[in-house]
Write a protein that binds this ligand. Structure first.
Ligand code: HSE
Length: 328
């Protein structure tokens, strides 16, 4: 049975994956009959005193050439070399799981087709909505639905900022600094506050929900930087809140996709989604509304979503043995 994995990128999310897989090892083993073994951690930085310090490597080739590594976890962020490492891992017959929405939105189609050619998986549950299970439910539980719309709060940093500004009168810069300190924001938080991160996420979710490729570059996108303190107070006075809403919906003219700040009132399901929480509302023609909510960013929540993909990818790598041993 192949249980070895490699984590590429040992920042917030990479460390979250390590935490989930080690803290919950017993539960994972009981449920699945096996548990992932972290064989390598690729990062250029030093992590003195880290319990997995002895697994640190700096050369991706070591991972690529090790036939025992069945799954590569790409939590590096950024497009390059994350894309190249992903493609090389897939071509080397390893499944890749990722939280990297930039790579999924830009190269997802290409990487999925390389994965298919290589007979492995490319999974990206953690790329949208942090710890919220949404991609797997769209792929499986909701696969018989005709989806009419999918909308949501898809960025934890901006939701945290908007909540802190409205509820605690915290200035924008301070709220952003807090979101950065908590590990919610991107390395360059422009992607969060200008809506680019939410834009990539809705392009990914829309593509899955509607079974057609949505190019994130075509999505009209506005972030939260034009919202003034006066705007926020005006909303508060009227019992409303600003929320950054990403939406993809079927219209008679085709699929319409957008990201923009909206004022929501108490009757909106997004009204009580506060802080780092994200939420996604899916409307299917048979099931009606389905609402998903949870922490949209952060080490443990995102690590949890990545880890679920690791288990799916390992189960796939060992499917013949698992079938004969009736595990999972
Ligand atoms: N910067 C992202 C956010 C991280 O704040 O939602 C999770 O994708």
């Amino acid at each position: 049975m192949k249980t070895q994995i490699a984590i590429c990128g040992y920042g917030t999310v990479g460390q979250g994956v390590r935490r989930v897989l080690t803290e919950n090892r017993k539960e994972i083993e009981e449920r699945c009959g096996f548990s992932p073994e972290i064989a390598y951690i690729l990062d250029l930085r030093d992590f003195r005193g880290d319990p997995f310090e002895d697994r640190l490597v700096r050369d991706f080739t070591e991972i690529e050439n090790d036939p025992d590594v069945a799954v590569v976890v790409e939590t590096m962020g950024g497009l390059h070399p994350a894309f190249e490492f992903t493609a090389r891992a897939l071509r080397a017959g390893k499944s890749v799981v990722t939280s990297n929405k930039a790579v999924v939105a830009e190269y997802g189609r290409e990487l999925l087709s390389i994965a298919e050619e290589s007979g492995v998986l490319y999974l990206f549950e953690a790329s949208c909505g942090g710890g919220i299970p949404i991609i797997r439910p769209l792929r499986t539980s909701l696969c018989t639905e005709r989806i009419d719309s999918i909308s949501g709060i898809l960025n934890g940093t901006t939701n945290y900022i908007l909540t802190r500004m409205a509820e605690e009168m915290v200035p924008y810069e301070q709220a952003l600094a807090e979101a950065q300190a908590k590990g919610y924001a991107e390395k360059d938080p422009t992607a969060d506050v200008e809506g680019y991160d939410a834009c990539r996420k809705i392009a990914i979710l829309g593509s899955i929900a509607f079974g057609t490729y949505i190019d994130y570059r075509t999505v009209p996108t506005e972030g939260i930087t034009k919202i003034t303190v006066e705007d926020i107070w005006d909303a508060v006075r009227k019992g409303e809140k600003y929320r950054l809403i990403a939406e993809a919906k079927q219209t008679p003219e085709g699929i319409s996709v957008s990201v923009a700040p909206r004022r929501v009132s108490e009757s909106s399901p997004f009204y009580s989604v506060n802080g780092v929480f994200n939420a996604i509302l899916v409307h299917g023609n048979m099931v009606g509304d389905v609402f998903f909510a949870g922490q949209g960013a952060g080490m443990d929540a995102t690590g949890s979503a990545v880890s679920s993909d690791v288990l799916e990818a390992l189960a796939y790598a060992n499917r013949n043995e698992i079938r004969s041993e009736k595990k999972c």
